[in-house]
Write a protein that binds this ligand. Sequence first.
Ligand code: MN
Length: 423
Amino acid sequence: MISANNPKLKSWVEVPAGSDFPIQNLPFGIFKTKYLSPVAGVAIGNHVLDLVYLHEHGFLDGLGLPPGVFNQTYLNSFLALGRKKTSEVRNRISELLRHDNDELKADVAAREIALVPMSEVQMLMPVRIGNYTDFYSSEEHATNVGSMFRDPKNALLPNWKHLPVAYHGRASSIVVSGTPLHRPQGQLKLPDAETPIVAPTRKLDFELEMAFITCKETKLGKPISTEEADDAIFGMVLFNDWSARDIQQWEYVPLGPFLSKNFGSTISPWIVTLDALEPFRVAGPEQKPEVLPYLKASGMKNFDISLEVNLKSHQGEASTICRSNTKYLYWNINQQLAHHTVNGCNIQVGDVYASGTISGPSPDSYGSLLELTWNGSKPLQLPDGSLRTFIEDGDTVVLRGYAGRDGVRIGFGECKGTILPAL
Ligand code: MN
């Protein structure tokens, strides 16, 4: 067991009950304050631990870290140190925060500076994203969409169970939680019309997804096996792949989504490490037909992470409209990365790979409004009495996720975005 994951550990930093960030989590992010320019930090309870301060004041001595590795606007240089080194850093931070360790605890001046209340920080994009790929790995989601847009009898296309379907997305428009987005406009064809119009989307949707972030640079031509994938993945975030369904339906044949997706995607600011998620591994769904040898992945490669979507309507009330779980994914992250690189496609540090909408088997676990309202045919009733088919201006969507066992909660914080009127 990774020492920092011990469920018995307690921190001298107060961690409120139900916090996403107990000592067993220690996710990494980039933050700034009124006085601090962007630096790397780790979340603990309601505080952020300033890694630049710890590094510069000797608390991380002996780890052989390059100078200035945390004094950066992105975590890319830190991630590039590799899984072994970043795990050592997390283990050392865990040591420093343990209730029975006095090194930082007893140094009142140091801890006053190193621990910044979350209420005083602004979280920023954790990585500089070079490349973004969006998979389509939930069988339930692919079946629902195939049923609605094509044919319920042949909802899954013949390739779906043989390879993790994906498309290359847009990295430049990925934003951090809390960033508002304008309703996109684009070409859409109304059901009775013969020709398209350009207009603000009438079917703006969210997609409940998770994404993994890579920490390796590979050479062009060199595939990553399912075995090697763990070593290339630093951790995971929540991911909202906002989608304009009317634009999508008109544009997506034959090359897949384009402007219906690339106007914005939102990620949560804290990268939860694969290390912290280790105790929450589960087996995935049985894969039939048998996959090709390069996609075989032994051991438990899925994660038991409870997910929910909260909609705060512009009328004012918030409600949970979906509960799902990462464990439902048919294709796991090792298979996704192995497939992505089987042709020799190279990867970079800080690349983002989203799962695709994570829908579960029951209608309340569908991870998009497209599915929850069955393309607008079954409106959702919100607690304030209003109805929703798709997202309205002023609505806020918040994704949350956590893995929990033995009284430990490994949370992801919030992935939040508000929709503003079209420009
Ligand atoms: Mn998607």
